[in-house]
Design a protein around this ligand. Structure first.
Ligand SMILES: *Cc1c(COP(=O)(O)O)cnc(C)c1O
Length: 472
């Protein structure tokens, strides 16, 4: 019988081959094309060479995979990937994923993986304190991403507002529960409304102001008029760093509106939450500590591999109230020890040790290491803004965070012009940027998501843009 373990010789030969190869990708990412070959036929043909009837040697199989990955994915860890908040993973966090996969700790019951569960609790507590929550109040859970953390928020808010929700669901309610967020907020909020049974129409979208932030006056007016029309307002979603323009809502205003109307207040800080880790950027998200809970992605600005996010709250009982289910087959240690079973706090049941990649990174780099990385990326964002402005581009968004939406000064009314430049850059493979409409202007969006993006990379991007523009 074949051994799923492989033999010790096969394993060591594999590592001898694989480690230099991964190291080569990691240290030379910047020499590859950023963008991928998008030919579905070719890609499927390559994949289907594996027929599952003729087993191949592990080294050949691995080679197959890495060669295909080199060609057929956008290289998110590339310093010229100016993309969607996906980072270059720091090296300790990569090792953490390897360790996690090998030990495979089970994070459903605390007693199966007490070390792993307590590492995650420690991180939640430490990051909760960075947000500004009081240590005694803090609770939270690791999630696969911001989308899961946002669904967690909607469910917690429902359980918080409607005491019978856990047993009765939404049916007995006399009106339609309403969630408030801005027109710039992330669409995972709509998803959260749909999967929680509320439906798309429970999301009340408030227009953003010229800075891309929620307009508090319109918010308040809408809440009042909604109440008179039979809605039951229950949740305000603020955003710290919108996906399109990096806008930050006014959390102090949102918090006081939530307080006045007894609404739950959640902040989606999937990307921008990391601003709390640097003393100079922390004031940008002032008021974040007033949220009832926060979505804080680990796999964005904290530079670890997917998938990792945190849902952090200052209501220590709310996750248990929302997710606890007891069954005979699960261990009951939580009844006798002062501990929490992770499965009683999460949408997930069997769960991976998501927190290790953050723990190992924090052990190696510490708060100061993260603070420096945040400062560097903010500086690169500022450099990009000034270099663009000096080269006849006009910056259309307004945020201190390192995401820049811009158009050509003379062609900003022409979306086709902007689109052609973007397409040209993607085809060249020299950088990855995207399109985003700000106001009614079509812009190119470039976000610094990589701690290794340097001044040289920024100048190269501007040069690539200038060149593309000169060819039309
Ligand atoms: C990325 C993002 C999300 C979704 O998070 P995932 O980690 O991709 O699931 C939600 N909100 C904001 C503001 C984001 O930037």
């Amino acid at each position: 019988m074949t051994s799923f373990d492989l033999t010790p010789e096969q394993r060591s030969e594999l590592f001898e081959m694989l480690l230099p190869e991964l190291e080569n990708f990691y240290s030379n990412t910047g020499k590859l094309r950023v963008t991928a070959i998008l030919d579905p036929e070719e890609i499927r043909r390559v994949i289907r060479r594996a027929d599952f009837k003729h087993p191949v040697d592990i080294k050949e199989a691995v080679k197959n995979v890495t060669e295909a990955l080199d060609k057929y994915i956008v290289h998110v860890p590339h310093p010229r990937y100016y993309g969607l908040f996906n980072p270059r993973p720091n090296f300790p966090s990569i090792i953490a994923d390897l360790i996690t996969a090998t030990y495979n700790p089970q994070l459903a019951a605390w007693s199966h993986s007490p070390y792993a569960a307590e590492v995650e609790n420690y991180l939640i507590s430490e990051f909760g304190q960075k947000i500004g929550f009081k240590p005694v109040d803090i609770d939270g859970v690791f999630a696969t991403g911001g989308a899961e953390a946002n669904i967690t928020a909607v469910l917690c808010a429902l359980d918080n507002t409607f005491p019978d929700f856990a047993n009765e669901g939404l049916l007995p309610l006399k009106g339609r529960p309403a969630i408030y967020c801005s027109s710039e907020s992330h669409h995972s909020i709509v998803r959260a409304a749909r999967v929680s049974g509320l439906g798309r129409n429970s999301v009340r979208t408030i227009p953003a102001d010229e800075k891309g932030a929620i307009n508090p006056e319109i918010l308040e007016k809408t809440i009042l008029s909604d109440k008179s029309e039979g809605y039951i307002p229950f949740l305000i979603f603020g955003t710290a760093g919108t996906t399109g323009t990096g806008s930050i809502d006014d959390f102090n205003s949102l918090s006081s509106i939530a307080g006045m109307h007894s609404l739950y207040f959640h902040i989606d800080a999937a990307w921008g939450g990391a601003a709390v880790l640097n003393p100079d950027t922390k004031p940008w998200v002032s008021g974040i500590e007033k949220a009832d809970s926060v979505t804080f992605d680990v796999h964005k600005w904290l530079s670890v591999p997917m998938s990792a996010s945190m849902f952090i709250t200052r209501h220590s009982e709310i996750l248990g109230k929302t997710f606890r289910i007891t069954t005979d087959y699960m261990p009951k240690d939580a009844e006798s020890l002062e501990i929490t079973d992770p499965y009683a706090h999460s949408i997930q049941w069997s769960r991976r040790f998501i927190g290790l990649k953050l723990f190992l990174s924090m052990m190696v780099f510490g708060w100061d290491g993260y603070s420096e990385v945040i400062a560097h990326q903010v500086e690169m964002g500022n450099l990009l803004r000034s270099a663009l402005t000096a080269n006849g581009w006009i910056v259309m968004n307004s945020t201190p965070l390192p995401v820049v939406c811009f158009a050509d000064e003379n062609h900003k009314a022409d979306p086709a012009f902007t689109r052609k430049i973007c397409e040209k850059i993607l085809r060249s493979g020299e950088a990855w940027v995207s399109l985003y409409t700000v106001g009614n202007i079509s812009t190119i969006r470039a976000c610094i998501t990589n701690y290794k993006t340097s001044q040289e990379d920024i100048h190269a991007l501007v040069e690539t843009l200038n060149k593309a523009r000169s060819e039309f």
